[in-house]
Design a protein around this ligand. Structure first.
Ligand code: NAP
Length: 460
């Protein structure tokens, strides 16, 4: 149905801008298109390549998780959809300009920065965020030039979530285990020369509170040349943790405990590398001269009710010598000019996806995904979350369309051209995609990513 042939004002074609083309951006698009209302969705992405965290966050040796891309490719084929790649909202276009051109704007830009530990020495050379390392081995252009000096025997990973597991596993794997993945060539080269022989993955709470999913933890038992090590003493649980593990809602913790116990008993097979899981330890300072040489860890005990236990320092410390350290303690959203931001939670201030300021809901402004609720859950969690935001948006439909027709992206191309922005369309991204696949093939890789924006644009 064309805009001109629509029957009446109630059927004004709904124009929605979605900002950020990761999972929540695509699931928001899908929910809007499936709503049955006449709609056009323009999906803005600051890089020429779509898919956000699926392309740049999911570990290269987890190709199954990247199959979500096939769903997104299908959504992108919808006639209601336009990809607006290589355009940064907040730089090339202001949020107010978007609000004028669209009935609604949904911000799905994820959680791009990291929480910090707030301890002495955190910024020493050799101390990195997991985000930088993950972005670097996944070929994200922002992290292309980062340098990771793996010419040390001991690496420390702070945090026991799935990102920490990804970082530790990539450090633990042999180059042959990574070669046939889509890991960036520059990272494979550095990892091939890695001198790291010990990896310590440090949790501030106990084994029952580790946030790994069992599937991710299990993989440590199957590494070609890395022995996983757990100290039996550290698996003893306090009464509140016993209650947590026995709770029927907590199957993951039970499975993790079984795995940790297996790791204690695993026969030593003379492997070249060792990966230690340590519990009840918090980093209190990083030390070194020009660069990191050690981390001081304080032993903790747990206090509080089951499922609300926190780590309390005991004053007992130990020093662990290390040459490189990764802080993997959770992501945090970044603010965007003109959008109310909840500094404490690191998300856009919102209620059920409607962005709120001190006066109440901001008309036409919505959010979904990690920047709405914080960095939790798996890729699929974002589908329900995006559907909930779209439900809220559709409840506001009459008010949103009351001002009549909106131009959408057609009203913005000229502005973008004036500002020198080189918009990348979906068919153009597909050219880049095909070129990446072609250059990966001779190396047995699913793709060799272009890791600089210029290189991507050269393919067009
Ligand atoms: P996460 O699961 O929230 O884990 C963060 C870890 O950092 C926890 O162990 C936490 O301990 C610890 N931590 C937080 N603040 C700390 C501090 N000040 N000092 C020491 N430790 C601290 O976050 P994530 O690993 O970044 O993962 C984000 C989300 O992505 C999760 O939902 C995860 O499952 C998902 N993800 C999934 C996959 C996959 O499915 N394969 C892969 C990667 C990521 P406490 O528990 O004590 O707070």
């Amino acid at each position: 149905m064309t805009e001109a042939s629509l029957p009446g004002p109630d059927n004004v074609l709904l124009r929605v801008a979605v900002v950020g083309s990761g999972p929540s951006g695509f699931y928001t698009t899908e929910a809007l298109i499936k709503s049955g209302h006449p709609v056009r969705v323009d999906l803005f992405e600051r890089l020429p390549a779509p898919y956000g965290l699926v392309r740049y966050g999911v570990a290269p040796d987890h190709p199954k998780l990247k199959q979500a891309i096939q769903v997104y490719e299908k959504i992108a084929q919808s006639p209601e959809f336009t990809f607006v790649g290589n355009v940064t909202v907040g730089r090339d276009l202001g949020i107010d300009e978007l609000r004028q051109a669209y009935h609604a704007v949904v911000l799905t830009c994820g959680a791009e920065t990291d929480r910090s530990l707030g301890i002495a020495g955190e910024d020493l050379s050799g101390s990195h965020t997991a985000t930088e390392f993950v972005g670097w081995y996944n070929g994200h252009p922002d992290y292309r030039e980062r340098i990771f000096d793996l010419n040390h025997e001991v690496a420390v990973v702070i945090g026991q979530g799935n990102v920490a597991a990804d970082v530790a596993r990539v450090l633990a794997k042999t180059v042959d285990e990574l070669r046939a993945t889509d890991i960036a060539a520059h990272a494979l080269e550095v990892l091939a020369e890695s001198a790291i022989r010990e990896i310590h993955v440090i949790g501030r709470r106990g084994p029952a509170q580790a946030k790994f999913t069992p599937k991710e933890l299990r993989e440590f038992g199957d590494l070609a040349d890395c022995q996983v090590r757990v100290n039996a003493d550290e698996l003893e649980l306090n009464p509140a943790s016993e209650v947590e593990v026995a709770d029927k809602s907590n199957a993951n913790a039970r499975k993790n405990m079984d795995l940790f116990r297996k790791f204690v008993d695993a026969p030593s097979a003379g492997k070249d590398r060792q990966c230690y899981f340590r519990f009840l330890r918090s980093p209190v300072a990083l030390s070194g001269g020009r660069r990191l040489q050690a981390v001081e860890l304080e032993t903790n005990c747990l206090s509080g009710e089951p499922f609300a236990q926190s780590a309390q320092g005991t004053g007992v410390t130990e020093t662990l010598g290390c040459g490189i350290l990764f802080r993997s303690i959770g992501y945090r959203g970044a603010p965007l000019a003109g959008v109310p931001f909840d500094e404490r939670r690191g998300v856009f201030s919102n209620r059920g996806g409607r962005i709120h300021d001190a006066q109440g809901a901001v008309a036409g402004l919505y959010t979904a995904g990690w920047i709405k609720r914080g960095p939790t859950g798996i890729i699929g969690t974002n589908r329900a979350d995006s559907v909930a935001t779209v439900d809220a948006l559709l409840q506001d439909l009459d008010a949103l369309r009351s001002g009549g027709a909106k131009p959408g992206i057609d009203g913005l191309y000229a502005v973008l051209a004036d500002r020198g922005a080189r918009v990348v369309s979906f068919p153009e991204w597909q050219k880049i995609d095909a070129a990446e696949i072609a250059r990966g093939a001779p190396h047995g890789k699913p793709r060799e990513k272009f890791t600089r924006v210029d290189e991507m644009l050269e393919q067009l």
